[in-house]
Design a protein around this ligand. Structure first.
Ligand SMILES: [Zn+2]
Ligand SMILES: [Zn+2]
Length: 248
């Protein structure tokens, strides 16, 4: 009787295990690069904590640079670029963001699509979004409200980046942040000043970067102009690895 019970329990556990295979850690640690690159010397705090096999990055989500969204009169106010203009949300508010990512990120056999909302965090603590806005793919009504850094606040006054821009990356090989699967994101170029030619459908490839001499999978800002925006979107498509959490 007892044996039968435990057998059923074991079978049950085994089948649960098959639905969600354990994540096998990769072999390149991102810990020191994350700890040394996430900014912590601004008026808004960005901090990094080690929690077992994960890193948790906390931020307010407010940018450390000029943007019209600070509002006229603010010391970091600047005009919109070109013909851009404010959206309904002309201000930004502060959040208690926490992004938890694996110290040893690894490829996932299931490539989960990125979603609306934060898909990663820039080194200054600002969330990175993909090429979607509420309602679907980015349209002119959205990119027409971007500041010079490819950012704007959403309906919740939550400032975030969608595209390449001043203060972040412009046609270079800068490290700009990490996505929720723990893999880093760089500008359009590799460290040898060339544009990568072997990116996979998720905008990444494995190779050496200025931060990872032994090589690591990393994403690049798209080198194709997005629609008629004249902008280069940071991320589209799926995650390469297993997505961690991003709470607010
Ligand atoms: Zn947006
Ligand atoms: Zn690369």
């Amino acid at each position: 009787m007892n044996k039968a019970f435990y057998l059923i329990l074991l079978i049950g556990l085994a089948s649960c295990g098959r639905e969600r295979p354990p994540v096998t850690p990769g072999d390149v640690s991102i810990a020191s690069v994350v700890q040394s690159n996430y900014k912590n010397d601004y008026t808004h705090e960005v901090s990094v904590q080690v929690n077992g096999d994960n890193l948790t990055i906390n931020s307010t989500g407010l940018p450390d640079h000029k943007t019209p969204y600070w509002g006229k009169g603010h010391e970091m106010y600047e005009e919109f670029p070109g013909r851009n203009h404010a959206n309904m949300n002309t201000s930004m508010i502060s959040f208690n963001y926490s992004m938890t990512i694996p110290i040893l990120p690894n490829e996932s056999s299931f490539k989960e699509e990125t979603e609306l909302g934060p898909v990663g965090m820039a080194l200054n603590g600002v969330p990175i979004y993909n090429d979607y806005e509420g309602g679907g793919l980015l349209q002119e009504n959205a990119w027409g409200t971007f500041d010079a850094s490819g950012g704007h606040p959403g309906p919740r006054e939550d400032y975030h980046y969608h595209s390449e821009g001043a203060y972040l990356t412009v046609d270079d090989a800068n490290l700009i942040g990490f996505l929720r699967d723990g893999f880093p994101v760089y500008g359009r170029k590799d460290m040898d000043d060339s544009y990568p030619a072997d990116l996979d459908e998720n905008g990444g490839h494995t190779g050496v970067t200025s931060d990872f001499a032994e090589g690591i999978y990393h994403y690049h800002v798209s080198n194709e102009v997005y629609s008629t925006s004249g902008l280069y979107v940071i991320k589209s498509g799926a995650y390469h690895g297993t997505k961690g959490t991003f709470t607010q």
